[in-house]
Design a protein around this ligand. Structure first.
Ligand SMILES: NC(=O)c1ccc[n+]([C@@H]2O[C@H](COP(=O)([O-])OP(=O)(O)OC[C@H]3O[C@@H](n4cnc5c(N)ncnc54)[C@H](O)[C@@H]3O)[C@@H](O)[C@H]2O)c1
Length: 363
């Protein structure tokens, strides 16, 4: 890593923005240069609580004009993600965004084209793919010859109150992207199609459907089954879900926290030891800084992460139509929508980039 200290602009000073500020505070090589929130008093409070002597802004464009910025953390609400990331990319500032990178695949196609055409990095932090548990589980499954069948159960019962209780599809839209992204990480393959049903158990306290079951087919022929609920009292799983993989040389399970177990055809069941290293947000930031130093692209680089978002959109479409949905069709429609928008605004570089992808996923 470079010895230079990088200036970080944090945009969004809500619950997650504060968690990111603590990550910045705790590590060498980065320092805060500004905090931005529509509610500028929230930005000031969050900075003051951490003893940060930095300017605060209500507008990201003003912050980018006035404060030094080597990278921007986009921790705003999903609806603001595209506008905030767009402003930073146009200012030449790399962006590490909270999930979902944008609310729709069409918006993510647009940002992918902007990022690639400008040569400025945009990545999503999917914190749940960074843990010693999931790494140990992935390695165990690989050692067994790779999963042909992967299953997760996600059963939780949070009483959030607020927007999640009122929104349509709270589980699929706000939470399932974590397990979908984890499945991509574990299988090392990309999804091809999905059949999904979402529904409201009679006892659900959410306005929207808080339970879903989905079957994804992946390009290596494997299947990923997802069963989830956000209104499941009792015997809850971990927030990572509870996992099982079936592979040529045996099976592996992971409780989503620390216990990874494997068993071959004849051998005894055994526990797999966990590794060590940075996890969660800190690990996502490490990947991002490594890329800024000229290293490997982060695993959440937008052209890769867009597949996790497309899984959510395809699952939602399948639930709405009752049909199996191909990811190719999701990308074709999203690419056409992004292209139409670019043509309407006359953004030549974005038009050219989207045409190069020819209606498929960004490459
Ligand atoms: N990785 C995880 O496990 C995890 C957990 C929780 C939230 N998140 C994600 O983090 C993001 C933020 O969630 P949160 O719980 O902190 O939400 P929040 O509502 O607590 O905070 C969001 C903040 O963004 C500010 N904001 C909105 N639009 C803005 C704009 N245009 N410019 C500047 N500030 C703006 C709001 O005023 C608010 O203070 C979301 O994308 C959410 O999905 C991820």
């Amino acid at each position: 890593m470079t010895d230079a200290v990088r200036d970080v602009v944090v945009v969004g000073a809500g619950g997650m923005g504060r968690a990111w500020m603590d990550v910045v505070q705790a590590r060498d090589g980065v320092r805060p240069s500004a905090v931005v929130d529509l509610d500028v008093s929230a930005a000031r409070r969050a900075a003051t609580e951490r003893g940060w002597d930095v300017p605060v802004f209500s507008d990201v464009a003003a912050a980018l004009r006035e404060a030094p910025a080597d990278l921007l953390l986009n921790v705003t609400v999903p609806e603001a993600h595209r506008a905030v990331s767009d402003a930073a990319l146009r200012a030449g500032v790399p962006v590490l965004s909270e999930k979902p990178v944008t609310p729709t695949v069409a918006d993510a196609m647009w940002l992918s084209a902007l990022s690639v055409s400008r040569g400025v990095l945009l990545a999503t932090s999917q914190s749940r793919r960074h843990s010693s548990g999931i790494s140990a589980f992935r390695d165990a499954v690989r050692d067994l010859g790779g999963a042909g069948q992967l299953e997760t159960q996600f059963f939780q019962n949070p009483r959030f109150g607020g927007f999640r209780d009122e929104m349509p599809s709270p589980l699929l839209v706000d939470m399932a992207i974590h397990q979908f992204d984890q499945a991509r990480f574990l299988l090392g393959s990309e999804p091809v199609s999905v059949y999904c049903e979402e529904f409201s158990p009679s006892w659900s306290w959410y306005r929207g459907a808080a339970a879903a079951q989905a079957i994804f087919r992946f390009s290596d022929g494997s299947r990923f089954g997802y069963a989830g609920s956000w209104c499941a009292d009792g015997l809850t799983t971990s927030w990572n879900g509870s996992w099982r993989a079936s592979a040529p040389d045996g099976s592996a399970t992971w409780d989503g926290e620390t216990a990874v177990r494997v068993q071959g055809q004849d051998g005894p069941e055994r526990d797999v030891p966990m590794g060590e290293g940075s996890e969660g947000l800190d690990a996502a930031l490490t990947e991002f800084l490594t890329a800024l130093d000229g290293g490997e692209a982060p695993s959440g680089e937008i052209r890769s992460n867009i597949w996790s978002l497309a899984m959510v959109e395809a699952a939602g479409e399948s639930a709405a139509t009752g049909s199996r949905v191909d990811l190719d069709a999701v990308f074709a429609r999203a690419g056409a929508a992004a292209l139409a928008e670019a043509q309407a605004t006359g953004e030549t570089a974005i038009i050219d980039q989207l045409r190069e992808w020819a209606g498929g996923a960004p490459r």
